[in-house]
Design a protein around this ligand. Structure first.
Ligand SMILES: Cc1cc2nc3c(=O)[nH]c(=O)nc-3n(C[C@H](O)[C@H](O)[C@H](O)COP(=O)(O)OP(=O)(O)OC[C@H]3O[C@@H](n4cnc5c(N)ncnc54)[C@H](O)[C@@H]3O)c2cc1C
Length: 468
């Protein structure tokens, strides 16, 4: 006997799942969302995007008050850190956001089924919560179960001395020495937070560059800036073990290409080498849902798995593990289930690193274009020549636009700048509309704004920037 029946049951309430549930409900589908966490919003709102940005913002203010305000003629007295209050700010932001999703569920009449979901059959989801197991019938199931921290052999997370990003969002005091394993965006963001608050931060990265997947020129420039800020980098280096001891943690490192090992001491180690899809406990093998060799659920262009009636979106399927990618897929699959034409343009999904300055990109990198043999033109404009950046004392960085050599169509935009994450929206919109560099160059940009650097980079594609 089933306890209730639905048009759609979404498993997981992260940005993929909760957005999917809202859109499905908007379209008139009877919708439920299963979440086992005590609050809605998934990784993103609870232990990911939102708390990390709250701490980045707060630590940036601390850094600013300590070192940067005097240059603006603002005198401050002795600046002290109140870590408890800073964590309180973060927790408050998380609470407001997760409660916001709960409000949206009520507003849209979405049932929150509290507990862990297991797919008993293509039309049945079993939810085990405080009150035991309940069975729910549904016409469609959307799996949005997200991802978990990728493990590393020899490095056992205890969330005290050896932490994942979750522990790094909640350290009770500033570590003297923090070693970050992995030079991706999570490592650099959390490393930046603790470095601003006073930690000596060393980033150990297996590859010979940071921010893999981002444009090589941007990543090199960013590394130089972070080094100037005090971060140390050990590139081309692998961590072979981490042993907690009375003082902290002893890490053993080796050159990635082989060679002699060294030991490095740390008070805290952050393991951030990536994330892996979360499929445990869903019962996928029992219902026959196909998984690829990286543990991701296999879907077709319409997010359908190989089992009729079961769909998947977000971090648990192929593609960049980003909240806004999951959200777009959530909307698309809900629209498809309602008989509409949901679609995601994977060529125009921006990626942002919220360091100082920020790094943002959309579209393809120079390396990718070269590898694919695409003839392109590049236009670049430095922030040193932008009036607003000068006024903000934020002249580190540049905007680079890559456009097709023949058609001038924008193929990629790369920004290293304060507020790059906000600036990139214009580039994503341009790419969504299939714009040429000339289209951006001929668009009137408000003055004085950082986005004028985007217009200038577009002019530079044709060799005619005005302000340099
Ligand atoms: C520190 C950090 C910072 C990040 N910063 C950014 C950022 O700035 N921008 C960005 O775009 N992305 C960021 N991300 C990535 C982003 O959080 C993820 O891409 C996004 O949350 C994926 O959404 P999702 O809906 O696929 O899954 P998730 O958000 O992971 O949500 C999945 C949910 O499903 C639930 N669940 C899983 N299995 C079951 C089950 N069987 N039964 C019931 N519930 C279940 C889980 O409890 C979880 O709440 C960050 C991640 C981390 C860790």
């Amino acid at each position: 006997m089933s306890d209730s029946s639905y048009d759609v049951i979404v498993i997981g309430s992260g940005p993929g799942g909760y957005v999917c549930a809202i859109r499905a409900a908007q379209l008139g589908l009877k919708t439920a969302c299963v979440e086992r966490r005590a609050t809605l919003g998934g990784t993103c709102l609870n232990i990911g995007c939102i708390p990390s940005k709250a701490l980045l913002q707060a630590s940036e203010k601390y850094e600013e008050a300590q070192h940067d305000l005097a240059a603006f003629g603002v005198k401050v007295g002795k600046v002290d850190l109140d870590l408890k209050a800073m964590m309180g700010h973060k927790d408050g932001v998380v609470k407001a956001n997760t409660a916001g999703v709960e409000f949206l569920f009520k507003k849209n009449k979405i049932d929150w089924l509290k507990g862990s979901a297991r797919i008993a059959a293509a039309d049945t989801v079993e939810v085990t919560g405080d009150g035991g197991a309940k069975s729910h019938k549904t016409k469609a199931i959307v799996i949005a179960s997200g991802s978990d921290v990728a493990p590393l052999a020899g490095v056992e997370i205890d969330e005290k001395k050896i932490v994942s990003s979750t522990g790094a969002l909640d350290l009770p005091k500033v570590p003297k020495k923090l070693v970050v394993i992995g030079g991706g965006y999570i490592g650099l963001e959390m490393g930046s937070v603790w470095q601003r608050l006073g930690a000596e931060v060393t980033v150990v990265e297996f590859l010979d560059r940071i921010l893999p997947g981002m444009d090589g020129e941007v990543s090199k420039h960013m590394q130089r800036i972070l080094k100037k800020q005090g971060m140390t980098f050990k590139l081309g280096t692998k961590v072979t073990g981490a042993k907690p001891n009375a003082k902290g943690v002893a890490l053993t490192l080796e050159p990635a290409k082989g060679g002699s090992a060294e030991t490095v001491d740390a008070d805290v180690v952050l393991l951030s080498i990536g994330r892996v899809p979360h499929i445990e406990g869903l019962g996928l093998a029992d219902v026959g849902v196909a998984i690829d060799n990286r543990g991701r659920i296999v879907t077709d262009g319409h997010y359908a798995t190989n089992v009729a009636g079961i769909y998947a979106i977000g971090d648990v399927i192929v593609g960049p593990m980003l909240a806004h990618k999951a959200e777009e897929e959530g909307v698309a699959v809900a629209e498809l289930l309602a008989g509409q034409r949901g679609h995601v343009n994977y060529d125009a999904i921006p990626g942002v690193v919220y360091t100082w300055p920020e790094v943002a990109q959309v579209g393809r990198t120079e390396e990718q274009l070269k590898e694919d043999g695409v003839a392109y033109k590049a236009g670049k404009f430095p922030l040193t020549a932008n009036g607003r950046a000068r006024a903000m004392n934020a002249t580190d960085g540049f905007v680079k636009i890559l456009a097709d050599a023949k058609t001038d169509k924008v193929l990629g935009v790369h920004i290293l700048s304060a507020e790059a994450g906000t600036m990139i929206a214009e580039a994503a919109l341009a790419m969504e509309f299939g714009a040429s560099a000339e289209d951006i160059a001929r668009t009137c940009h408000a003055h004085p704004t950082l986005n004028e650097a985007v217009k200038e980079a577009a002019l530079a594609v044709d060799g005619r920037p005005l302000h340099i």
